[in-house]
Design a protein around this ligand. Structure first.
Ligand code: BGC
Length: 731
């Protein structure tokens, strides 16, 4: 039964007044035709036939469209103006995966806040972010847009983004509505290929893929976008289990659900329906509220109502969900202040935040003999080599529709500035692009290296190699990059490799050829200073990997919270193809879980990242080794900065449930804290644990804890070995 009080609310009263055409209008999200063609939609706006537009960012045009809605349409309902504000607007922050490497929710919230301010100044009031898909397959190009492989980290950081976009109050002048996407399971696309199907058992879905969405909705996310993908045979855009059972019944979500781009129309292509009319019916009956880009709702709702295939109550509910969000945004009692056009903002302040975000996103993965930080006074000639050293556009990464490359600062520029008093810089591009296969600049690059004290090499992936529909079957360095590294290695000069990329790359075959490796993702507008600050030691690297780095592509999926299997690999049982005895007996070489042609561990584990100092973990303690369902225990460890400079560390807490009604992961991240420690100082870092940290969806599809033994680690990455044990007892 419908709650009658709805009709007394402003939204309800509005719905009562609406014609069917006006209702259908609110369900339509159309792509802006842009430029002069925009005139074609003005009559539709006057007639209330469009409720939302995406991709119109010309502030004059937006203002005019909103004016028509408010002054010339019968019901005076303003538009939602949607845009993919994914990691910045004019100022571009690191790609989301890079931001996640900061493990810094406050910083991530600030980046989203700035993005909202800049977007709102152009009239945008709705962003299609954050993306909360859990991805454990870096072949998938959209891993760049994710916050990594872990449900807990993604939940914390994704919620921070929601708060940043929406501000304290969704109707604030600088707030824009968030849209969490892609609901759900998209990150598990088969073979890491975009738009592919997913098959995810329900408890895996609930334990791994859904928690970030739940957390973000609890943080107030106003809207949800469905995924393109097919979940266990039912495309997400027509998936009643996801949209009704989980989202509405279990989570009480009261915002609205929008499809992805034409994801309703392509239900037919996917093989679920025989045509647009049936697609509209399937999506509406599953719980979709708004259709993006395609027009199956507009074209077929009337017939579907006549044929009793959908109900008027369903249409009213869809409209109500959408208008409720517009109401929360303050749009129903429109005033110009709320739309925030043309508000000035402090670009320099925004660039400072972008610099901080870029610095904190960089992860130091290797630093032989403390080559880094470089001492300026020891340098005379520096060779800067590589196609990504001086490219204002490529450093920005995927999804930067509104990014301004003119304000980008490149690494070459910042390094040259840095060297002014001390060293000279010789720049050689080395390769035409990151994927080129020519050797044209190799000799020049080698000559520059021979003449230098150190080689700063900027390689990786240009922007277009990651992001939507840009997946790779082989995630090693593209083009002739490995050959370039080999050529430079021959010079005998120390090599610092800075990799910019939209995904973890498989680097086993080059890692020994370089002396230091800084993983920079695509760091955004302020890449240059951020990288120079790290290379020359103004800032000690603090980034930690939000995703596991495989050694080779064939290891995928490899992630830290894997299941143990009944036969886990061990150092003793592991065997490499090169060491197999000839005609060895089948069972003599270790029947455990590994690939013969690579090691069973990843190249770099989740949570890993070096610093210019060292942190030592000791003295793990539990306040009790027994936990009751009503109680709590405190777990602590002492962290000591044993190096010689002050730096930041991310202290991580992992837990393993040793036995469950379904098998449990070997480790799960359950908490993290950032600390700053002076050289020589120690700090006791404490975490509180209750049964809430131990709950999971079990064999009986119940979200609960199960008594038994647990292991707990506190450390600087997911390989942490400082362990304590406790038991959860039922009393
Ligand atoms: C993407 C979404 C995006 C939408 C609108 C789709 O192709 O999958 O993530 O928000 O386009 O641009």
């Amino acid at each position: 039964m419908r709650d009658q009080s709805v009709w007394q609310s402003p939204v309800g009263k509005l719905i009562n007044e609406m014609t069917l055409d006006e209702k259908i209008g609110q369900l339509m999200l159309i792509n802006s035709p842009g430029g002069h063609s925009i005139n074609s939609i003005k009559d539709d706006l006057r007639a209330g036939r469009i409720g939302a537009i995406l991709n119109e960012v010309d502030p004059e045009t937006v203002r005019e469209l909103q004016r028509i809605c408010i002054e010339e349409s019968r019901l005076r309902i303003p538009l939602l103006i949607g845009r993919d504000v994914i990691h910045g607007f004019r100022t571009v922050f690191p790609i989301p995966l890079g931001q996640a490497a900061s493990w810094d929710p406050e910083l991530i919230e600030q980046c989203a806040r700035v993005s909202a301010i800049e977007a709102k100044s152009r009239g945008v009031n709705w962003t299609y972010a954050p993306m909360l898909d859990i991805c454990r397959d870096p072949r998938w190009g959209r891993i760049a847009e994710t916050l990594g492989e872990d449900p807990y980290l993604t939940s914390v950081l994704g919620s921070a983004m929601v708060k940043g976009f929406q501000g304290d109050n969704l109707s604030g002048a600088d707030s824009i509505a968030a849209c969490v996407k892609h609901f759900a399971g998209y990150g598990a696309s088969e073979s890491g290929k975009d738009y592919n199907i997913t098959n995810i058992p329900e408890n895996e879905l609930r334990n791994v893929h859904l928690p970030p969405f739940k957390a973000a909705i609890e943080a107030g996310a106003a809207t949800v976008m469905t995924s393109f993908s097919d979940l266990n045979g039912i495309p997400a855009s027509a998936n009643e289990f996801l949209l009704k059972q989980v989202l509405r019944n279990e989570w009480n979500f009261n915002g609205f659900v929008v499809s992805d781009w034409e994801s309703v129309r392509i239900l037919q292509t996917a093989g679920l329906t025989e045509g647009d009319k049936e697609s509209a019916e399937a999506a509406i009956n599953a719980g979709m509220d708004m259709e993006m880009a395609s027009r199956t709702f507009a074209d077929h709702i009337k017939t579907l109502l006549d044929e009793n295939k959908i109900s008027m109550a369903a249409i009213d509910k869809m409209v109500e969900n959408i208008l409720r969000v517009k109401e929360r945004m303050g749009l129903l009692n429109f005033n110009a202040e709320r739309l925030g056009y043309f508000r000035e903002y402090d670009l320099n302040g925004h660039l400072e935040i972008a610099k901080e975000a870029a610095r904190k996103s960089l992860v130091l993965l290797k630093n032989n003999n403390y080559l880094l930080p470089l001492k300026k006074t020891n340098l005379t000639n520096v060779a800067v080599i590589g196609p990504l050293a001086d490219d204002k556009y490529e450093q920005l990464g995927t999804w930067i529709f509104d990014g301004d490359e003119n304000i980008s600062e490149t690494a070459l520029h910042a390094i040259t500035e840095e060297g002014k008093e001390n060293f000279s810089v010789k720049y050689v591009r080395g390769m035409h692009t990151t994927r080129s296969r020519s050797y044209d600049f190799f000799e020049e690059a080698k000559a520059a290296a021979y003449d230098s004290d150190v080689v700063l090499l900027f390689l990786g992936e240009e922007s277009i190699l990651s992001g939507e529909a840009h997946c790779r079957s082989d995630i090693s360095l593209p083009g002739n990059q490995a050959e370039l590294i080999n050529a430079l290695k021959e010079t005998g000069k120390p090599i610092v490799l800075v990799l910019m990329a939209g995904r973890p790359l498989a680097l086993e075959y080059i890692i020994d050829k370089v002396d230091a490796l800084v993983y920079a993702w695509h760091p955004g507008t302020m890449s240059g200073t951020a990288i120079a600050d790290i290379l020359f030691g103004k800032y000690s690297p603090s980034g930690k990997l939000p995703v596991t780095f495989p050694r080779v592509t064939g290891q995928i999926p490899v992630y830290y919270s894997q299941k143990n299997t009944g036969r886990p690999a061990t150092p003793e049982s592991f065997n490499h193809i090169d060491n197999l005895p000839i005609r060895a007996h089948q069972v003599s070489v270790g029947n455990t879980s590994f690939h013969l042609d690579t090691h069973y561990t990843p190249l770099f584990p989740f949570g890993f990242g070096l610093s210019y100092t060292e942190f030592h973990y000791s003295d793990i303690r539990l306040s009790s080794d027994k936990l009751t369902p009503q109680g709590k225990i405190l777990a602590s460890a002492t962290v000591t900065n044993t190096g010689n400079r002050e730096a930041e560390e991310t202290v991580q807490l992992y837990i393993r449930d040793l036995a469950g009604s379904i098998t449990r992961p070997v480790k799960e991240l359950k908490g993290f804290k950032k600390i700053r420690l002076e050289a020589g100082k120690s700090s006791v870092v404490e975490f509180e644990i209750t049964v809430n940290d131990l709950k999971f969806w079990n064999k009986y599809m119940k979200y609960t804890y199960e008594p038994g033994k647990f292991h707990l680690w506190i450390g600087g990455d997911s390989d942490a070995n400082l362990r304590a044990e406790f038991e959860l007892i039922q009393i």
